[in-house]
Design a protein. Structure first.
Length: 341
């Protein structure tokens, strides 16, 4: 009988329990009342009196060993169960995919414009969206009460007529010229405001990018070449530009800039109103009065400036027909744009 006890002891020790089913088999074999160990206790009754004590001790050792092993393993599996129940996390599930947003078309185009001018040596500058009369109008050679101020429907602050939301990024020109000495080559993208009804073609909040180049001997030819290079980089090498005479108080001479229509390639279509040309902004030679207002010697220095609408350029670039799409935040619209090389 001693051999049998030893044999079963070894079995208990070596029994492999990897899961709950194995544990149940272990319980049935060694711990339950119908198991092998109970059977041995039955057999003990037949054992001669002298051997009973020693035998009984061995058998109890076996019994304890089996019960201990069962208890330990049982606890182990219970813990495993409760930890997954408590956290409610199934680590085997596939993870939720991370949705990647996309850049706003206006940001993409602004960045492209900035990159083209940066390569020509322009740096970036910015100014406040809430401006004073000096920077938005007076320093830019808008005489007081001159009708030119009405070209731009301005949002004024009732309590203080000196403060307004800037109507153009030309105000940043003034700030740069007041604070820096020529040579100046700067680009100022930013948000501007005008008191206009919202429609497919107009908005009260939109974006412009202003360019300014001041140095000795800067000429109108430099202006033309700079904008021509920009047009080719931005819209493709076959793009042409043309200048139409115009008026701005801060430039003399002034021009409006057209590029060949991207939709019909100059053939004429309803986007360009059958002219083959579309306008992208205004430009000119900085008026000497403006230079002097900013304490720059207009005898020594000349310069050119230009201003373009970022919405306008974006609409031409992507063939977008309604300005309101830019601010409606409809993801079906927004997710269509990828960055421009
Ligand atoms: N500020 C003008 C506007 O908002 C655009 C403009 C025209 C800017 C001519 C310039 C310029 O710098 O030279 O309509």
């Amino acid at each position: 009988m001693l051999d049998k006890i030893k044999e079963i002891y070894k079995e208990v020790e070596e029994f492999k329990v990897d899961n709950k089913e194995h544990l149940e088999q272990f319980r049935l074999s060694f711990v339950s009342r119908k198991g092998k160990i109970t059977e041995l206790f039955e057999e003990l009754k037949q054992v001669a009196q002298e051997e009973k004590k020693a035998m009984g001790q061995e058998l109890n050792k076996l019994k304890n060993k089996a019960e201990e092993k069962f208890k330990e393993l049982n606890e182990h599996f219970e813990n495993q169960k409760s930890s997954s129940v408590n956290t409610g996390i199934d680590v085997t599930l596939p993870s939720v995919p991370n949705e990647l947003g996309s850049r706003h078309p206006l940001s993409i185009v602004r960045e492209k414009i900035v990159r083209v001018f940066e390569r020509m040596g322009f740096n970036l500058s910015e100014g406040p969206e809430i401006e004073d009369d000096w920077h938005n109008f007076t320093a830019l050679n808008f005489p007081e009460n001159h009708p030119a101020r009405e070209m731009q429907d301005t949002f004024f602050i009732e309590k203080n007529p000196d403060i307004a939301l800037r109507t153009h990024t030309s105000s940043v020109q003034v700030r740069v010229m007041e604070n820096q000495k020529p040579p100046i080559r700067t680009l100022s993208p930013g948000r501007v405001f005008r008191n206009e009804a919202i429609s497919a073609r107009a908005h009260c909040v939109f974006h412009q990018v202003e360019g300014l180049y001041i140095d000795e001997n800067v000429s109108f030819a430099d202006l033309k070449q700079t904008l021509y290079h920009f047009a080719k980089e931005m819209f493709g090498k076959d793009t042409k530009i043309r200048f139409r005479p115009s008026f701005f108080p801060f430039t003399e001479p002034s021009a409006e800039i057209d590029i060949t229509c991207l939709i019909c390639k100059g053939q004429g279509c309803n986007i360009c109103k059958y002219s083959g040309w579309v306008e992208i902004g205004g430009a000119g030679m900085v008026d000497p009065n403006v230079l002097e207002n900013c304490k720059i010697d207009s005898k020594k220095y000349t310069g050119f400036a230009f201003g373009m609408g970022i919405e306008r350029i974006t609409m031409l670039k992507y063939g977008i027909k309604d300005l309101r799409l830019f601010t409606e935040n409809d993801v079906r619209f927004l997710r269509q744009f990828t960055s421009l090389g």
